[in-house]
Design a protein around this ligand. Structure first.
Ligand code: SF4
Length: 220
């Protein structure tokens, strides 16, 4: 049975009581896009180290775009997968420049969520999660990003069917969750996935959501 809005709000309030109101996001769409590409398959600390090195060595997005690829790979090395992420970042910045004449994503503000999502995911290496993060975090658009933690926790809670793919989960959760709580709910689900509802051995006995969870711990 699909959970109702009241259940979602109850879960949201329990997470707010546990983890608090998240810090407001950064409001620069290009920076958000680059940070999200850097964050693929790494933790926040390594992502942030790579981003700081990148900005220190290449202070403008034009400089990042036009840098020798090897120099960019070296700058973002702390994020891991640098030989993949560096060309991905440069290709995205070149694509933006080619289409808009400058390195800016501010034009997305005047697009609908669906238009913005379509535009962003047409960039190679930008999937539904990255697009949703740019749209929600940097532009305040109603898109709900689903990372590995959100995907796992929402399946365990029974908000989406167990076999739902991460890609499909974006649409299902967007339809289910009230848009005004997308940002804090997303952030706090990640917190919960890291702290309690971990991939291995979730700590259900101390989980603030346990009374509303569709699943007890499965034997693993
Ligand atoms: S009760 Fe267990 S499975 Fe359910 S959300 Fe909490 S930690 Fe995750």
């Amino acid at each position: 049975m699909t959970p109702d809005t009241e259940t979602i709000i109850t879960l949201h309030n329990l997470l707010l009581a546990e983890y608090g109101e998240p810090e407001p996001p950064r409001r620069d769409p290009v920076a958000t896009l680059v940070l999200t590409i850097l964050s693929q398959n790494t933790n926040d600390r390594n992502r942030d180290r790579a981003y700081e090195r990148l900005r220190a060595r290449f202070p403008t997005w034009e400089a990042v775009r036009d840098a020798p690829e090897a120099a960019l790979v070296e700058a973002i090395r702390p994020a891991g997968l640098a030989p993949t992420k560096a060309p991905r970042i440069q290709n995205a910045l070149r694509r933006i420049t080619a289409e808009r004449g400058a390195v800016t994503l501010d034009f997305l503000d005047s697009m609908s969520v669906e238009e913005g999502r379509a535009w962003l995911t047409s960039i190679p290496g930008v999937g539904p999660k990255t697009a949703a993060i740019v749209l929600l975090f940097a532009l305040g658009k109603p898109a709900f990003p689903v990372d590995t933690h959100v995907h796992r926790v929402t399946r365990r809670l029974g908000l989406i069917p167990e076999r739902t793919s991460r890609e499909k989960a974006h649409r299902l959760l967007e339809a289910l969750i009230p848009p005004e709580i997308y940002y804090p709910f997303h952030i706090n689900l990640i917190e919960h996935g890291r702290a309690v509802c971990r991939a291995r051995r979730p700590e259900c006995e101390r989980c603030v959501l346990r009374e509303h969870c569709a699943q007890t711990v499965r034997p693993r």
